[in-house]
Each structure stands twice: as structure tokens, then as C-alpha cells.
Design a protein around this ligand. Structure first.
Ligand SMILES: [Mg+2]
Length: 278
């Protein structure tokens, strides 16, 4: 079977190959967490719900993941959240999240807890600093073909995915050299991106905030990137942390790709429905 662009199997007539499957240990952990009183399902988006793509605006959740996630959102005693490095506007545009899904953007610097929830506000010093950071990065991007900048409410992102490897490395090194010791500027290295922010935030703080705000008795989280390690590190006994991909991780469980995230969410949905009597 060959996964097509949406991750679904394009050749459904071929039943020779074994179906994708989660390890028995992971399935057991899914069963365990599904029985918790108040469940928070917090998912990274790019590289987790959605396959990685060259153009960020093209990212879409795999249909099976989106469907399972939406159904989880409607279950009793269950809250869903997306926790992303994207700015909230960008996250909404690509994820089309269910109405009641909570959103954390910009690695925790932006939070949406429903209609009327407060927006991110920068003070004058932060706005001035952000303009300085952008100017430094503009100079670097001009010298580095294939790199580009993305503006976020609290930062500027240097993207290098479309640049040659050596150009990408030099650009990130140059940006680090001018920005890493600047007071009030926070840097994060991701998958072919360097994130700058004038607000200190992390996905770990995002998870902690959501846990408290929703009264969650257990948190299920999956993510693929280095910044997701902050979220994984914030998990406590009884939670479920899943790394997507083959890089180093502190997660207890690992799956290979967004296609396996479909299976994870479908298993969680199945078990949670049983637990809440839906
Ligand atoms: Mg990701």
C-alpha cells in the first residue's frame, strides 16, 4: 500500500501488507489514560496532526486525525487543545479547529480559551525590541537565498527549509550570534527554523496552563519537534506523552509519523467513548 498525499492508503485492494499498528504497550497506556475523570487531549499540529510540507500555508491535518480529534472534542469530560508554534491566526487557517478546541499559539505566548479570551499584548519596550530583531534578521535573509521571515505577534521566525543546507546553517548561526545574548529576546531552534520571541513562553508552560484551566486529571500530548520536548517534560505520572518521529526524545512512547497519529487518536477515541459511556 502506498500512502498518498493525504496519508490515506491509495491502494485499498491490496490486503497483503500488515496494517499500521501501535505497540501493545502504547495501546495499554491509551486504555489507562482514557479512564481518567477529566481528560485533556493536547496535540501539536505540524508534523503531528499534519504531515510536514514546504509551504506552511499548505499544511492540513490528515482526515482521520481531524475526524477523531473532532469527535473527542464532543465527548463528555473531555477537552481538546492544539498547541503549536504557529501564530494563532496561522494555526486557525490551516487547522480549522473544532469550535470548542482550545488553542495555544506561538509556543505558548498566545492563548485562546474561547470567545472573549484576552489577546496577547506587548508593551512599548517589547514592540521596540521586536522591531530591532526584525531588522537584524532582514539583513541576514538578504544574504541567504531560500531563507525567509515570518512575523508573529510576539516574534519573528527565520525559516530555512527551502535554502541549501550550508546556507541554512550559516543563516541560523549568524542570527544566533547577534541575538542570543540580547536581553528580552528568546530563541528556539526547530525543524529548519529559528524562532525569536520577545515573550518568554514554552509549550511546557502552555500544557501547565491548560491543565489548570481545564481541571484535567490527565493529559495526552503528542508532538514531533524539539520545542515539543518542553511539553513532554511538563507531563506527570498518569499523563501520556508520545513523540512523533525518530529524533531524540524524553517521551515514554514513540510513533513514526503523522499516519500513526491517526491510529493513536482513533484508539484514544474508541477507549474514551467506552470510558464515558458515549
Ligand atoms: Mg510539530
Amino acid at each position: 500500500m502506498t500512502p498518498d498525499a493525504t496519508g490515506r492508503n491509495s491502494d485499498t485492494s491490496n490486503s497483503d501488507t500488515a496494517p499500521l499498528s501501535l505497540s501493545p504497550e502504547l495501546l495499554e497506556a491509551v486504555r489507562r489514560i482514557a479512564g481518567t475523570e477529566q481528560l485533556l487531549v493536547a496535540m501539536d499540529f505540524d508534523g503531528t496532526m499534519a504531515p510536514l510540507v514546504d509551504h506552511a500555508a499548505d499544511a492540513r491535518a490528515l482526515p482521520r486525525s481531524a475526524a477523531a480529534f473532532a469527535e473527542l472534542t464532543g465527548l463528555p469530560r473531555t477537552t481538546t487543545a492544539l498547541i503549536s508554534g504557529r501564530a494563532l491566526d496561522s494555526l486557525r487557517a490551516v487547522a480549522s479547529p473544532p469550535e470548542h478546541t482550545l488553542l495555544i499559539g506561538s509556543h505558548g505566548a498566545e492563548v485562546w480559551m474561547g470567545p472573549g479570551s484576552s489577546e496577547l499584548m506587548l508593551d512599548d519596550a517589547q514592540r521596540k525590541l521586536l522591531a530591532e530583531v526584525r531588522k537584524e534578521l532582514e539583513g541576514i535573509v538578504e544574504q541567504a537565498p531560500g531563507t525567509l521571515l515570518e512575523d508573529k505577534p510576539a516574534g519573528v521566525v527565520l525559516h530555512t527549509r527551502l535554502a541549501a543546507d550550508d546556507v541554512a546553517e550559516d543563516a541560523v548561526a549568524a542570527a544566533r550570534a547577534v541575538l542570543q545574548d540580547r536581553s528580552g529576546v528568546f530563541l528556539k531552534t526547530g525543524n529548519r527554523v529559528l524562532e525569536t520571541s520577545v515573550v518568554h513562553a514554552s509549550k511546557g508552560e502552555g500544557i501547565a496552563f491548560l491543565r489548570q484551566a481545564t481541571g484535567a486529571t490527565a493529559v495526552a500530548f503528542a508532538g514531533d519537534d524539539t520545542t515539543d520536548e518542553d511539553a513532554l517534560a511538563s507531563l506527570i505520572p498518569g499523563d501520556l506523552g508520545v513523540k512523533v518521529g525518530l529524533d531524540f526524545t524524553r517521551a515514554e512512547f514513540r510513533i513514526e509519523s503523522p499516519v500513526h497519529v491517526c491510529e493513536l487518536l482513533e484508539a484514544l477515541l474508541r477507549e474514551r467513548k467506552r470510558a464515558v459511556g458515549a
